[in-house]
Design a protein around this ligand. Structure first.
Ligand code: MG
Length: 384
């Protein structure tokens, strides 16, 4: 039986690599649904190649182009992301949804997939940052599985297979990003090009900027807390520039288990799709003897305040991580547009959190209103 999959965000970095995995195991997967924000030409060619049942283009202005590119094929064409939840809940065929959209926009489709009892391979960490309690509760209520795609969380998930003892501590590894060895004073002058130049991972623009500020690692701490039910005080970030160990779990007896591979996202993506089986990936094994060495260090939280902001936001709980996420999305966009410097990002996030109306136990409406309120707040801080 082929696994029937939907890829939300199929033209992005994770989406295209997920389709690489599907391409090398055509006998295992049927592509039912692909969605993209605005890249109509790539979405059309993906739909043609994989004979997708349906496609959604988020940007309505691209609907005409997408329809004409697809022509009279068997692929149904929709416009507007609001239709995704309905398509997921109406399609009883889909088994697995790869949630690879960027940012808060991934939340409602992910919740819809979980409510429909689908397995969600989650790459959209912002969903868990903004609404972790709701997402995990929805999965429990509807008996839906969440399988991590993020390399660190896949590593933790893999080392926990067959493990019966509780996690003592999670050691979340971080490459350190492009500014690991650049003095803080020079970071302020870094341009968009420098910040997008990640040393180890080829990723989308948003996550690459988040990696440069270590906000991404802060998000991942919160993501790991939800996925593995571990308090964030028991999650330690370890800088490991070689990016071979993708994370580790320490147990009460002093044992530490690690998962390793060359840094290639197709490994965790494929594991999420073939779990609990492993399949050949065509990706070379680590050549340990040519590696030279592994190094580890504590993160510099003065140089990278976003990491501390994330720990504090997680400790405050409620809607504060959602506020942090909203402010970060606005700040990263402003940086990419050249309106602020990289070093302005943490201050904008901290100020937005300080102005956010606290909700202890937000429902989905509380999360949505916090997101819009904090986007406006962050915009006004940047505009000042
Ligand atoms: Mg990661």
């Amino acid at each position: 039986m082929k696994k029937k999959i939907a890829i939300l965000g199929s033209t992005g970095s994770i989406g295209t690599q997920a389709l690489d995995v599907v391409r090398s195991h055509r006998e295992m997967f049927d592509v039912c649904l692909l969605t993209a924000n605005s890249n109509a030409s790539l979405l059309a060619s993906q739909a043609g190649e994989f004979n997708a049942g349906a496609v959604v283009i988020g940007n309505r202005e691209m609907y005409g182009e997408l329809s004409s590119l697809l022509g009279p094929t068997g692929t149904a064409v929709y416009a507007g992301n609001e239709v995704i939840p309905e398509l997921l809940s109406d399609n009883g065929e889909i088994d697995t949804v790869i949630a690879a959209m960027t940012g808060f926009s991934g939340l409602m489709p992910t919740l819809a997939a979980l409510k429909a009892g689908k397995t969600v391979a989650i790459a959209n960490k912002e969903t868990l940052v903004a609404a972790g309690a709701i997402v995990m509760e929805t999965a429990r209520t509807h008996n839906a599985s969440i399988i991590p795609v993020d390399s660190e969380h896949s590593a933790i998930f893999q080392v926990l297979q067959g493990e019966h003892s509780p996690i003592g501590k999670i050691l979340l590894t971080a490459s350190g990003g492009p500014f690991l060895r650049i003095p803080a004073s020079e970071m302020a002058a870094a341009g968009v090009h420098d910040a997008l130049n990640h040393p180890k991972w080829k990723m989308g623009r948003k996550v690459t900027i988040d990696s440069a500020t270590l906000m991404n690692k802060g998000f991942e701490v919160i993501e790991a807390g939800w996925l593995f039910d571990v308090p964030v005080k028991d999650i330690e970030v370890v800088i490991h520039p070689q990016s071979i160990i993708h994370s580790m779990v320490a147990f009460m007896d002093g044992s530490v288990l690690a998962q390793m591979s060359v840094p290639d996202m197709r490994i965790p993506i494929q594991y999420a799709l073939t779990y609990p089986e492993r399949m050949p990936s065509g990706i070379p094994q680590i050549d340990f003897c040519s590696l030279g060495g592994f190094t580890f260090a504590s993160p510099d939280t003065e140089k990278f305040p976003c990491l501390s902001i994330a720990y504090e936001a997680a400790a405050k709980g409620g809607n504060i991580p959602c506020a942090m996420n909203a402010a970060d999305e606005i700040a990263v966009e402003a940086f990419l547009q050249g309106r602020i410097t990289l070093c302005d990002i943490p201050g904008i996030i901290a100020d937005t959190i300080a102005k956010c109306t606290f909700i202890q136990d937000p429902d989905i409406d509380g999360i949505i209103s916090t997101d819009s309120e904090c986007r406006r707040t962050a915009e006004s801080i940047i505009g000042d």
